[in-house]
Design a protein around this ligand. Structure first.
Ligand code: ADP
Ligand code: TRP
Length: 326
């Protein structure tokens, strides 16, 4: 079975962009792949943060991933910092990572621009990500589009390390991203990517009423000023959300009624709200079960970390042997 690996930062609550772009895919893929998923808590400290909040959010993120359908009987779920080899391998990879490649990363440029003093961890963030992936020699990495550049850098690191220490073989496979059709979900403003760090998201575990309060004022086709103006579904973020949550017949009905002004935007949003509720109902139910029995999270994380430490320590001893440390 090919191996997949993916991670998510505990930098806030899971939102519909994370769910559609990544986690929903994890849930499907766990049926067909040896699956390793983790909460990237060491990555989260590359931005200013509160220790108490990190403690809380790591757990909440793990609980939300389980609620979304990742099943500890099928996949390993763990906290990155529970497997120390991640940072050990990252240090080693620093020695085969060209500085220029790190400075070119959009993630670094965006975040560095917004900060007065920039810490090295922000620059070397993708080196740790390469270590996350290669520690398990994962073949595929299910992520959203924003992670593709990091994956390219991981391949650069893979080639460099293999060339220097692989003894003529590709010890580390070159990992490929696995994208979903919903690779880039826009926020409620319809302008920027839905993101935990922006106030433009719908949380996966928000109530039906909370979701409606956010959907109601959400941006639509700006050309539809009045109820009677016809719209262009392709430029409307609500239509794109329908494509992610509604069945094919509903999506078609939405498109027709938008173009002919048969429905107003509020009518369209009501239908979307119903589709989102249908998708989220089982997730809310599982979240409530987990909240009532927090041991489910502890057990899943302990089992996941134990499994992953075994793989990680084998890789590290092979890496060290090839590099002259043993
Ligand atoms: P955020 O940008 O909200 O902090 P992360 O960077 O932690 O989210 O991303 C976690 C996963 O969710 C990644 O695989 C990422 O590609 C995916 N993802 C994040 N935002 C979106 C989005 N708006 N659309 C699709 N996928 C997304
Ligand atoms: N950088 C990823 C994000 O912000 C999280 C992440 C860390 C990750 N390590 C990873 C994703 C390894 C995939 C594989 O979403």
């Amino acid at each position: 079975m090919p191996r997949i690996l993916s991670g998510i930062q505990p930098s806030g609550e899971l939102h519909l962009g994370n769910y559609l772009g990544a986690i929903k895919n994890w849930v499907e893929l766990q049926e067909r792949y040896e699956s390793l998923f983790f909460v990237a808590d060491y990555h989260a400290i590359t931005q200013p943060y509160e220790p108490e909040l990190l403690r809380k959010r790591r757990r909440e993120m793990a609980a939300s991933i389980l609620a979304a359908g990742v099943d500890p009987a099928k996949a390993s779920l763990f906290l990155q910092s529970d497997v120390p080899e991640h940072t050990e391998l990252a240090w080693i990879f620093n020695s085969v990572t060209p500085l220029g490649e790190l400075e070119r990363q959009t993630h670094f440029k965006d975040k560095a621009q917004r900060q007065g003093s920039v810490m090295t961890g922000l620059l070397t963030y993708p080196v740790l990500q390469a270590a996350d992936i290669l520690l398990y020699r994962a073949d595929l990495v299910p992520v959203g589009e924003d992670q593709v550049q990091h994956l390219e850098l991981t391949r650069v690191i893979t080639r460099r390390w293999n060339a220097q220490y692989g003894r003529g073989e590709d010890y580390f496979p070159e990992p490929q991203p696995l994208l979903t059709p919903a690779r880039r979900i826009m926020g409620l403003d319809g302008q920027t990517k839905m993101s935990k760090s922006l106030n433009n998201y719908i949380g996966l575990l928000e109530t039906s009423a909370e979701i409606w309060a956010k959907l109601r004022p959400a941006a639509t086709d700006p050309a539809r000023q009045r109820r009677t103006d016809p719209g262009t579904p392709e430029v409307c973020n609500i239509y794109h959300l329908h494509r992610a949550f509604s069945d094919a017949a509903t999506v078609e009905e939405v498109a027709v009624n938008c173009r002919t002004a048969g429905w107003g935007c509020i009518d369209c949003k009501k239908v979307l709200h119903k589709s989102i509720d249908t998708e989220l109902t089982p997730i809310r139910r599982r979240a409530a079960e987990i909240a009532a029995k927090p041991q489910i999270v502890d057990d899943a994380l302990a089992a996941g970390a134990a499994r992953c430490r075994t793989i990680a320590s084998k890789t590290m001893s092979e890496v060290k042997e090839r590099m002259g440390f043993a």
